[in-house]
Write a protein of this length. Structure first.
Lengths: 222, 94
């Protein structure tokens, strides 16, 4: 089975989980009335829509974002849009989790140039036509990694405070998604299809962990 | 989010009262007052609200008033418990 098909299916399933979590966050927000739940609902909605669109494009053009990075055709712009959607989604999560707490921590301003400088392949590629789109794609992936780092860090704080299995499931889910996006960034820098496939698989596992959380939180009735 | 003790929300107080009545069965106001840790004035206010929403049913016998949980009240408890578990995953409390 081609990598694009596998990744398309994984993104479709991940998108479905994201939309499900968005719905439950919206539903619970109507009961609890929390600003964080509104952020979570909006974030997962954007993420779900982005993943669905990405899955549709991958299926339609039979190419992954990495294939599009290689040939730098019009599909790259579409994948850039989906990455931008994910970036906004994770920014919404991070903001909801209290981004101001981390204002003295890691900044994307340092990470992005380091990531860019890490690849000689990319340096060569930057010399021709689609430089701008390519650079934005990589920078967006780097920014997503930074935001996910902040989200995971906050997840660790939440778990250390609550010590609950539910917050552990959320932390585990976001940690896997963080690792997945580190690999996707590496794949974008090296144009490695296998790394990209592994990254997407790990991202899917992260969403499965969030699905477990949704399932267990729905079963908790004492 | 992680700022330690905070005042109970109205929703949490509703839940504490309803769970007390669910666990105790036919429950006198005094029992609810102790279990839900409320002042008399607040207890009267919340019991009035819960009765008006038909989550509790107020009844009377020779010893005075008592409260029972309605089916709507039981469904409400389940709904709130699920919402509580969901928000706990993100480090929140109801």
């Amino acid at each position: 089975m081609p990598a694009a098909t596998i990744i398309s299916v994984l993104n479709l399933l991940s998108g479905a989980v994201a939309l499900l979590i968005s719905y439950y966050a919206y539903k619970n927000n109507r009961i609890v009335g929390s600003i964080l739940l509104r952020y979570i609902s909006a974030g997962f909605l954007l993420l779900g829509v982005g993943l669905f669109l990405q899955a549709g494009t991958e299926s339609l053009v039979s190419a992954t974002a990495i294939d599009a990075l290689r040939v730098r055709d019009v599909e790259l712009v579409m994948f850039l849009v989906y990455t931008a959607l994910q970036l906004v989604a994770y920014a919404v999560f991070a903001w909801g989790y209290g981004l101001s707490f981390f204002s003295r921590g890691t900044s994307k301003g340092t990470v992005v140039p380091i990531a860019l400088a890490a690849s000689s392949t990319l340096t060569r590629k930057l010399l021709d036509g689609a430089v701008f789109v390519l650079a934005i794609y990589v920078a967006s992936q780097a920014a997503i990694v930074v935001l996910l780092f902040l989200i995971v860090y906050q997840g660790v704080r939440v778990f250390s405070h609550t010590q609950s299995n539910l917050s552990l499931m959320v932390l585990f889910g976001f940690a896997l998604i963080f690792v997945a996006h580190v690999l996707m960034l590496a794949a974008a820098l090296t144009l490695g299809s296998t790394i990209f496939l592994v990254g997407n698989t790990i991202e899917f596992c992260g969403f499965v962990s969030l699905l477990f959380f949704l399932f267990w939180s729905g079963r908790v009735v004492r | 989010m992680l700022s330690g003790e905070r005042p109970r929300s109205a929703l949490k107080i509703y839940l504490d009262i309803l769970v007390t009545v669910r666990d105790e069965g036919n429950t006198r106001p005094t029992k609810i007052l102790y279990r839900a840790n409320l002042s008399h004035d607040r207890l009267v206010k919340y019991l009035g609200e819960l009765s008006a929403k038909q989550l509790l049913e107020e009844r009377q016998d020779e010893d005075g008033k008592y409260y029972t949980l309605t089916q709507k009240g039981l469904d409400f408890i389940n709904q709130i418990k699920k919402a509580e578990a969901f928000v706990m995953g993100f480090g929140l409390a109801i």
